[in-house]
Design a binder for this molecule. Structure first.
Ligand code: SF4
Length: 420
């Protein structure tokens, strides 16, 4: 099988407006977001209407794409609201709507006929007949079920013309994606509303009816027992095979994940995809890409069901699948006020201090790592720092801003991390 003809789109999660910007800056071609309209209250991990409009505007300005996930299975009272949301999507000009429910497909075709429809993984499309059905009914792109093997994906690819999208990275369900009520029952946060709290990854015990209080642990061992738990998908080491499938988009899971995850994972796949297309035959995996992916909070990685016979990290997870955490988000670079032309200090210094919005407690002496989209990282140890008014400080708390001078250029929304 030769090289695929075209580069697939790299599609990243954007749980907040800030993460939309970060995903674009670190190399995503497109970002998918959720809106607050279908939550009972505004949830972390969703954008309100104004933020959606800003995100769509930003995507246009930067030559990127913004997709709005409306992949709910709406209950009757929600239909009027859904219609309004579709009109709003048309008004602000999103580049695609991610849908699952046939009724929503129909409504969208009527209310927002010019917006391409992308079928969510929650529709669990597993074969070419399904793909053809959806294509006939107005779907432009299908996110194939994560439960398919490489050979099965190839068979679908060869049989249909509709755009195909694959998940390459992120959390996996132990049920058919999203067809699960655990989170809705235990937390009142439904998976098919994009709100899953992943209770399948919590610790469970088994209790026999006549032995109350005697708990039998449910654990994994060398033989398995993976009922309630899953490792995280990571197809980066198999990227050449994935790219040779000739799909149209590669998707990263994780709307609820943080800015460090978005920047790091997007950047690793961006660099790898670009390197592959420079010279597919000479492509080799750069070990730093995987090292980077191991620096974000993750469960042990697996190739999932695409390459079931050869999951990696297997030895590592024989006994438990707890999160691995080695680094954390230290802060996000903000635009320094003196970059504004009418600021009194504008142009007075060669190099302005970095203005960092802390996301972890920071003290003098901490070693920060600034992440750059080209794959490089620059380290800097804070010896002195000042608050935004110029007063020296020894420590800052999360969400406070602090400034200090670094010997290199930074940029707004740059992600800065530190070791735990
Ligand atoms: S609880 Fe687990 S299996 Fe169920 S939808 Fe959430 S991630 Fe998937």
């Amino acid at each position: 099988m030769g090289a695929p003809a075209k580069k697939p789109e790299l599609l990243a999660p954007g749980g907040t407006l800030e993460k939309v910007r970060i995903a674009f800056l670190y190399g995503a071609d497109a970002v998918y977001v959720g809106g607050t309209r279908f939550s009972l209250r505004a949830q972390a991990g969703n954008l309100d209407d104004e933020e959606l409009a800003l995100a769509a505007h930003l995507a246009r300005r930067w030559g990127k794409k913004l997709y709005w996930a409306l992949n709910v299975f709406p209950h009757p009272p929600e239909l009027p609201g859904l219609e309004e949301a579709l009109s709003y999507a048309a008004e602000i000009g999103v580049d695609g709507l991610i849908v699952s429910d046939p009724g929503v497909v129909d409504l969208a075709r009527r209310v927002a006929p010019h917006i391409p429809l992308h079928l969510s993984t929650q529709a669990n499309t597993t074969n070419a007949a399904s793909a053809r059905f959806w294509a006939r009914n107005g779907i432009r792109r299908i996110n194939l079920a994560r439960e398919l093997s490489w050979e099965e994906i190839l068979a679908v690819r060869k049989a249909v013309d509709v755009d195909l999208e694959l998940f390459v990275h992120g959390a996996l369900c132990v049920s058919y994606s999203g067809r699960c009520l655990l989170s809705a029952f235990l937390n009142r946060r439904g998976a098919n509303r994009g709100l899953c709290t992943q209770p399948c990854r919590w610790r469970y015990h088994l209790m026999e009816e006549k032995r109350p209080g005697e708990y039998f642990p449910v654990e994994e061992d060398g033989r398995g027992t993976y009922i309630f738990n899953s490792r995280d998908l990571c197809l980066l080491p198999r990227l050449p095979e994935v790219l040779r499938l000739g799909v149209d988009a590669l998707k990263i899971e994780g709307r609820m994940k943080g800015a460090h995850y978005v920047a790091t994972v997007v950047r690793a796949y961006r660099l790898a995809i670009d390197r592959f297309f420079q010279d597919p035959e000479a492509f080799q995996l750069d070990s730093t890409w995987m090292e980077e992916l191991r620096r974000v909070s993750h469960r042990p990685y697996t190739y999932g069901l695409m390459f079931p016979e050869s999951s990696f990290d297997r030895a590592d997870v024989a006994h438990h699948t707890a999160y691995r955490r080695t680094h954390t988000l230290a802060g996000i670079v903000r635009r320094h006020p003196a970059t504004h032309r009418d600021h009194p200090a504008h142009g007075l210094r060669d190099r302005l201090p970095v203005l960092l919005e802390a996301r972890s407690p920071l003290v003098r002496g901490v070693r920060l790592e600034f992440l750059f989209p080209d794959g490089s990282n620059r380290f800097f140890e804070i010896r002195e720092m000042h608050d935004p008014d110029g007063r020296p400080v020894d420590r800052v708390h999360p969400n406070q801003r602090v400034q200090f001078v670094v010997p290199f250029d930074t940029f707004p929304d740059q992600v800065v991390r530190m070791e735990l």
